[in-house]
Design a protein around this ligand. Structure first.
Ligand SMILES: [Zn+2]
Length: 114
């Protein structure tokens, strides 16, 4: 039982389970399935396909962004109009999706390398 306790003079303070695991040198296991095929399916379902070119989008690790990495994809068309409402020009915006806190947590688990 002595191995599981901190030293007598230690003033370590842990405010989360992740910190506690780090303090005790316990490896954090990501919450993902061990079935490789199922994992690949889950990843594709999570990032989805680009609306404009149809290629599977890519999650940028350690971020909250899912982007289209196809260099030939023009992106999302956006019409520029003048005051009368006539279309002057069409510009293309890059295709990306921002994840919220929950989505980022799911992505970190799904795309973690075990
Ligand atoms: Zn695209």
């Amino acid at each position: 039982m002595k191995n599981y306790r901190l030293d007598k003079g230690s003033k370590a303070h842990f405010s989360s389970l992740e910190e506690l695991a780090k303090g005790f040198n316990v490896k954090i296991v990501p919450k993902q399935t061990k079935d490789k095929l199922k994992l690949a399916k889950q990843r594709v379902n999570f990032v989805k396909h680009c609306k404009h070119c149809g290629i599977v989008m890519t999650y940028l690790s350690d971020s909250n962004l899912v982007v289209c990495k196809n260099s030939k994809c023009k992106g999302e068309p956006h019409e520029l109009k003048d005051r009368e409402g006539n279309v002057i020009d069409v510009i293309f915006k890059p295709v990306f999706r921002m994840l919220d806190d929950e989505g980022t947590m799911i992505a970190a688990n799904l795309f973690a390398e075990v």
